[in-house]
Write a new protein. Sequence first.
Length: 648
Amino acid sequence: MHNSLWNKSAKALLSVGLVASLWVPVSQTTAQAVAPASDLFISEYIEGSSLNKAIEIYNGTGSSIDLSPYSVALYANGSTSVQSEMALSGNVASGDTVVLYNSGADPAVQEQGDLQNNGVINFNGDDALVLEKDGLPIDSIGQVGTRIENTKDVTLVRNPDVQSGDSVVDDAFDPSTEWTAYPADTFEHLGSHTMEGAGEIPVPDPELQPVEPKKNLRYENLNKKKLTVGQPSVSLTLDGKASITDGVYMKGKYGEFHGTGFEDVKVVLSPARTESIFDFTGIEVKHVVVDGEKVSEIRGAENIQEIEFIDGADYEAIRFYNSDGEPISSPHLPKENKAPVATKVFAGEQVWAGDRLQYDLTEYFSDPEGQSLSFSSTKGTITGANLTLDLPEGSHIVGVTASDGNQSVTQSFSVTVSAEAPAPDEYYDTAEGLQGEALKAELHEIIDGHTELSYSQVWDALKITDEDPNNPNNVLLLYTGESRSKSLNGGNVGDWNREHTWAKSHGGFGTARGAGTDIHHLRPTDVQVNGLRGNLDFDYGGSAVSGCDGCLRTATSWEPPDEVKGDVARMLFYMAVRYESGDAVDLELNDLVNNGSTPYHGKISVLLEWHEQDPVSAWEQQRNEKIEDIQGNRNPFVDYPEWAESIW
């Protein structure tokens, strides 16, 4: 961690100024040190050449902070889904920074680095980064859901007057409002940060009244989406030409408002400290949002055209006064609670006995007011916002309800569970009654001679074979199970590419027609996860893989998540039967790892276990049908799983 650079004379002036001019003592007060920042925020961003990537996070709260509740998420290529996420660890003292860096960065970056990560800290200049606490955003760089150009090849340093982060992650990102930009590969500012506004503020007894705010802020012709004000005590003036589309966000303990610019502006009161006071005397304000439980008093309340209470704010606990200082009731009752809404329709499902269906219910329901939802279902089990269905044979109607605690909405859909998948007629007639090597040889004859695709044709084929049944615009990724847009195929972070489940170096067939383009073992996979798997053999154990829940990796082996272990095994069984002597390459399974460039893949004993543990799913059966339509052959071990034990 690195010490912050503070201007001592400025701190002294702030301290004296606050005590002398902020409060008129009616009775004795005590003073306590206050840091203006309410939480951590991103203080520097480096997007330089090659792997010169880093994020600096600053603690200006006045207290040491445990980093375990915090994480940083990467949203790549304009996606609204998290591409990669890193959990923070350790502690950061007040006034210190923590630097997240890529292991391939310049030594000058690494010298200042605290936490190394090559998943999140491998962003491109058009990606978005979100700093989260307990899963909720508290600051962001870039714009989630949109590719932008103003964070490429640049170092950005947060301006000293910024004291809180940007938690609205999908708003337009304009670095010029809160950041100073430096040329690419500027590292001299990394490891320390300067923030204005530390000092002392007295703690009043109930009879004290603020007379003069600490800092006067006056804006003329201001045109921006969002204005965040973090000073502890402030007088804010907006002229009539102000245009702030998203609103003014007040984080301090005391604020008073002046000027005609508030007539068409939303003001969000979300102070970091309790007993906060805000004064709208003498102005008209369009819309006030009270966010949280820390606002105790609102003055000039009759001038508020519309008021809203969110995230625990209780209008009955707030004291309201008119511009003459007389107590009044709340200027407006809270808005009527709006019911949750269904945002996506559940599709009817047809599956085989033993198949498991899983749903992220946040994709199917939302609340118009942003309230947290709870879920229930007539069948299956719910953990948090995830529904799991593991249903017996027959026809089922599943009802799922989302509730905000007061109102609810329900969706229903059908699930038909069949006893077993039908075997293809006559396709395997000549293999009937065979065992062991004789069966393997005959299956080779049956599936040999398929239509061979070019490597470029594989892109389009995978968009058909691996299409997400719940979203025809997406494909399902092997290993991660993520649903990702078909259009994001390529080689960049956030893209998906063509994973050779039988590593193409094991036999050296590369991407040549035949084994190199056989879509029975080619699957869409996240670019970074594909790179981490490389040409490793399959076995149990290893370290957790960033960005791939359930994946484990050693120097010589790769273990996929439980839900695709059987899929992997059956794809390798197919390859060992399809490619024999007489083909361009003769592929065989063995019980080893680290097979290198030899035409062998392991470990067969582990693959047989996975084949038993993770049975054939309806989705695999459907994929087999689609592949037969495209290249004219089938995977026998999807149709007849018992043949694997007979052969190996």
